[in-house]
Ligand binder design. Structure first.
Ligand SMILES: Nc1ncnc2c1ncn2[C@@H]1O[C@H](COP(=O)(O)OP(=O)(O)OP(=O)(O)O)[C@@H](O)[C@H]1O
Ligand SMILES: [Mg+2]
Length: 687
C-alpha cells in the first residue's frame, strides 16, 4: 500500500476520508471526487485497523462495483481487496438471503426470477395472456414493493380501479412466489430488510459482519434500500454516503430524494461535507452543466469550479436527421484523433436517451471501421435476427464458411434435422472439405438417406441461385427488392412470429430486419432518397459486393481490441463514468426531455429529465458536442425536430471568460505584485 492513500485529495475530501467515528455524508456535484473519496476511504479504513471483510461498499451497478474493486485493488493490493464486500444493493441482498433465507421462510435453494419469469407468473396470477397488461402490473407492483408496501397496504394505497386490480394480482403473485420458492429482484432488498428488522439475532450478526458501510450514488437509493442501510449500520451508524441530488435520475423506479433529507434527521450526528472543486471537466463544459441545472429548484446549494481553464467551447451540432447525426459523430471522432496525438477510441462516448438510438450510430461506426461497444444494452448487430441475416450474407460471399452455413440452414428451420447435419459435418470432416462442398458430393449417399440428401441439395441450389442473383443485382431499389424476395422465399417473417412469445416482440424484430435491409440496400448505390425527400446519385454496387464489405466489417469489429472501443450508452447507464470526448445525441424536445405521446409532462418529470441532461454533460472531460436533429424519425415518419429547451438553458453563447474566482484573485495579486516590482525597479533606477 502506498504510504498515504489520500495524498492527492483536497482538504474537503481528506476531511471526509478521515472522518471515521460517525456517519458522514458527502453531498457534491458531478466530478468533484465523491467516488474517489469512497475508494480512498476503503484504504484508510484498512489502515485504521478494519479487516477487509468488515468493510462493505455499495455501488449502483455491477459494472461500477467491478470498477471500484479494480481501483481498490490498485490502492491496497489484491490480497486485501479480495475480502472487501463491494457490491450493489441487490447482490448484497443475495448474499444475505443465501446465508439467512431460511429465517424468512425460504428454502436453502431458492430461485431468483428475472423479468421474463416475473411476467409469466403475473400472467398466470392475473389470468391474462396480455403481455402489456402483465408488464403494467409488473411496473406497479415493483414500485409498491420498492416503497415497502405489501399487497394489503397496496390495496389501501390504490388510487383507482386499475390499481386495485393490480393490488389483487400482487397478492396472488406473492402467494405463487412463496409456493415456487422464488424471489424477484425487489425481494432481494425487501426480504433482507424484513429479516434484519424482525430478527434481532440476524441483525446483530450482520451488523457485526459489516462494520463499516460506504454507499456511492446515494441519491438514487429507494425507500427500501434506505431502510436496509439503516438496519445494517444500526445504532453505531458507521457509514459514509456520497451523492448528488442533481444527479437523481431513477425517480421513475422509486428512488427518492427524501432519503437525502431524512439522513440528517435520522442521524443527528451526521457530518455533512460539501465538495466544490471539479476535477473532471473544462470550464466551458462545467459552465454549461451549471447553467442547465440552475433551472431546477435546489435542495442543496452547490458551486462547482474547475482549475482546468475554459478549454474548447461546447460544440453544437445540428444534423439533418439521425443518419446525418451519426455521420457527424463519426467525423468528430476521426477529426479529434487526427488533430491530437494518442487519442484512443475508448476516449469517446456517444450518449443517448433511449436504447433504440444506438442502431444508427452502430451502423455508421461499422462503416467507418471504428471499433465500439454498446454498454448496458444489446448491440444491433448482436441481435439474433441480424445475426441470422448476416450468416446468409456471409454464406453468399464464402460458401465454405461452416458456422454461417449451419446458421443459415437451420434458420428458419427447413426440415433438415440435427442428425442429418451431424452426419454431413462428420462426412465433411473426414474428407477435409466444407459442409457446403460435402453436400454436393456423390458419396454422401453412403451416410445419408436419399430424402435427406434431397433437402440438402435443395438448400445448396437455393444458395447458388441467390448468389447468382446477388451477383447480378445492383442499385438500392433493386437490391431491396431482391432481399425482400429472399426473406419471403425463406419465410423469415413467419419464422419470427413462430418463435416469439408475443406479436409485439416479433414485430420489433421484423422492424430491425427491415432496417437492416434498408441499410444494406442503400450501400448498393444508385438513386438514393435521403431522409426528408432529397435524392442523390451514388455509384452502383452489386448486392454481392456489398455483402463482401459487410462480411469484412463484421469480422473486423469482432476481432477489434476489446478495450479500445468507442462506448455507446444510454444517459442512465453513463452515471458515474467519464470520457475525454463526449457526443450527446438527439437533444431534441420529445427525446430529451423524453415525452411519450400520451404523456403529460409534469414539472417533476421535466426536472428529472433535466438532471439526466446534467449527468450527460458532466460525463465529458475535454470536449463535448451536443447534437440536435432538424428532422427526426418518429414511428417511421419524418417529423420536424425541435431543439431541446436544455440547449438554450446551457447558454452556450454567454460567458466563456468567466473565471474561477480564485484564479482571478491569483492573477490580480500577480499583476499587483508585478506592478509593485516594476515601480520599485523604476524607483531604484531613479538617480
Ligand atoms: N483531489 C483530486 N485531485 C485530482 N483528481 C481528482 C481528485 N479527486 C478526484 N479526481 C479525479 O476527478 C475525476 C472525477 O472524480 P470522481 O469520479 O470521484 O467524481 P464523482 O464526484 O464521483 O463524480 P460523479 O458525480 O460523476 O459520480 C476522476 O477522474 C478522479 O480521478
Ligand atoms: Mg461518482
Amino acid at each position: 500500500m502506498s504510504a498515504d492513500p489520500a495524498a492527492t485529495l483536497n482538504p474537503a475530501q481528506l476531511e471526509a476520508v478521515h472522518h471515521l467515528h460517525g456517519p458522514c455524508l458527502v453531498i457534491a456535484g458531478a466530478g468533484s471526487g465523491k467516488t474517489r473519496v469512497i475508494t480512498t476511504k476503503i484504504a484508510r479504513l484498512l489502515q485504521a485497523g478494519y479487516q477487509a471483510k468488515h468493510i462493505a461498499a455499495i455501488t449502483f451497478t455491477n459494472k461500477a462495483a467491478q470498477e471500484m474493486r479494480e481501483r481498490a485493488k490498485a490502492m491496497v493490493g489484491a490480497r486485501a481487496a479480495k475480502d472487501l464486500a463491494i457490491s450493489t444493493f441487490h447482490s448484497l441482498g443475495v448474499r444475505l438471503l443465501r446465508a439467512e433465507g431460511t429465517r424468512v421462510g425460504l428454502k436453502e435453494q431458492f430461485s431468483i426470477l428475472d423479468s421474463d419469469d416475473v411476467l409469466g407468473v403475473l400472467r398466470d396470477a392475473g389470468g391474462t395472456t396480455d403481455a402489456n397488461q402483465a408488464r403494467s402490473w409488473q411496473w406497479t407492483i415493483s414500485l409498491w414493493k420498492n416503497m415497502g408496501l405489501n399487497a394489503e397496504q397496496a390495496m389501501r394505497a390504490a388510487k383507482d380501479d386499475n390499481e386495485r386490480v393490480a393490488a389483487v394480482v400482487m397478492g396472488r403473485y406473492q402467494e405463487r412466489l412463496a409456493a415456487y420458492q422464488a424471489v424477484d429482484f425487489d425481494d432481494l432488498i425487501s426480504l433482507p430488510l424484513k429479516l434484519l428488522t424482525e430478527d434481532a439475532e440476524a441483525r446483530g450478526k450482520w451488523q457485526d459482519q459489516l462494520r463499516y458501510v460506504l454507499v456511492d450514488e446515494y441519491q438514487d437509493t429507494n425507500a427500501v434500500q434506505y431502510e436496509l442501510l439503516k438496519q445494517l449500520v444500526g445504532e453505531r451508524a458507521m457509514f459514509t454516503a456520497v451523492g448528488d441530488d442533481d444527479q437523481s435520475i431513477y425517480g421513475w423506479r422509486g428512488a427518492t430524494i427524501e432519503n437525502l433529507k431524512r439522513l440528517p434527521v435520522d442521524f443527528p450526528q451526521l457530518k455533512v461535507i460539501p465538495l466544490e472543486q471539479n476535477y473532471r471537466s473544462t470550464g466551458a463544459i462545467l459552465r454549461a452543466a451549471n447553467n442547465v441545472i440552475a433551472t431546477n429548484p435546489k435542495l442543496f446549494q452547490k458551486k462547482l469550479w474547475s482549475e482546468y481553464g475554459d478549454g474548447e467551447p461546447v460544440a453544437l451540432v445540428e444534423a439533418d436527421g439521425e443518419e446525418h447525426e451519426a455521420e457527424r459523430a463519426v467525423a468528430r471522432i476521426q477529426a479529434i484523433r487526427a488533430n491530437a496525438g494518442a487519442v484512443k477510441f475508448s476516449d469517446f462516448a456517444i450518449l443517448y436517451r433511449a436504447n433504440h438510438q444506438a442502431r444508427i450510430f452502430e451502423q455508421a461506426l461499422r462503416r467507418a471501421e471504428i471499433p465500439y461497444k454498446v454498454s448496458g444494452g444489446q448491440s444491433f448487430f448482436d441481435k439474433s435476427e441480424i445475426k441470422d441475416l448476416c450468416a446468409w450474407l456471409r454464406l453468399l460471399v464464402n460458401q465454405d464458411d461452416d458456422p454461417a452455413f449451419l446458421r443459415a440452414i437451420t434458420t428458419p428451420k427447413r426440415g433438415i434435422g440435427h442428425q442429418t447435419l451431424g452426419s454431413l459435418s462428420q462426412f465433411a470432416g473426414k474428407w477435409k472439405i466444407s459442409m457446403y462442398e460435402a453436400l454436393f458430393s456423390d458419396s454422401l449417399i453412403t451416410v445419408l438417406s436419399k430424402k435427406a440428401i434431397g433437402s440438402l441439395h435443395e438448400f445448396g441450389r437455393y444458395i447458388n441461385d441467390f448468389e447468382y442473383r446477388a451477383r447480378n443485382t445492383a442499385g438500392a431499389e433493386e437490391a431491396k427488392a431482391l432481399m425482400l424476395e429472399w426473406l419471403k422465399d425463406i419465410g423469415y417473417e413467419q419464422h419470427l412470429y413462430d418463435n416469439e412469445e408475443n406479436e409485439k416482440a416479433a414485430a420489433a424484430r421484423w422492424n430491425n430486419v427491415l432496417d437492416f435491409i434498408d441499410w444494406v440496400a442503400k450501400r448498393c448505390g444508385g438513386q438514393i432518397s435521403q431522409e426528408g425527400g432529397a435524392t442523390f446519385e451514388e455509384p452502383k454496387q452489386t448486392v454481392l459486393q456489398v455483402a463482401q464489405t459487410i462480411s469484412v466489417i463484421l469480422s473486423l469489429a469482432e476481432r477489434g481490441d476489446e478495450q479500445d472501443q468507442v462506448v455507446l450508452t444510454t444517459l442512465h447507464a453513463s452515471k458515474g463514468l467519464e470520457w475525454p470526448h463526449v457526443f450527446l445525441a438527439g437533444v431534441n424536445e420529445g427525446l430529451l426531455p423524453f415525452k411519450a405521446d400520451d404523456e403529460e409532462m409534469t414539472p417533476q418529470r421535466l426536472e428529472e429529465e433535466r438532471r439526466l441532461m446534467y449527468v450527460g454533460i458532466t460525463r465529458a472531460r475535454t470536449t463535448l458536442a451536443v447534437s440536435t436533429l432538424r428532422r427526426r424519425k418518429k414511428a417511421r415518419e419524418m417529423v420536424m425536430g425541435i431543439p431541446s429547451r436544455f440547449i438554450a438553458e446551457m447558454k452556450l453563447n454567454e460567458g466563456g471568460t468567466r473565471e474561477d474566482p480564485r484564479e482571478k484573485l491569483k492573477k490580480l495579486r500577480e499583476a499587483f505584485a508585478a506592478k509593485g516590482a516594476a515601480s520599485a525597479a523604476a524607483q531604484a533606477e531613479k538617480p
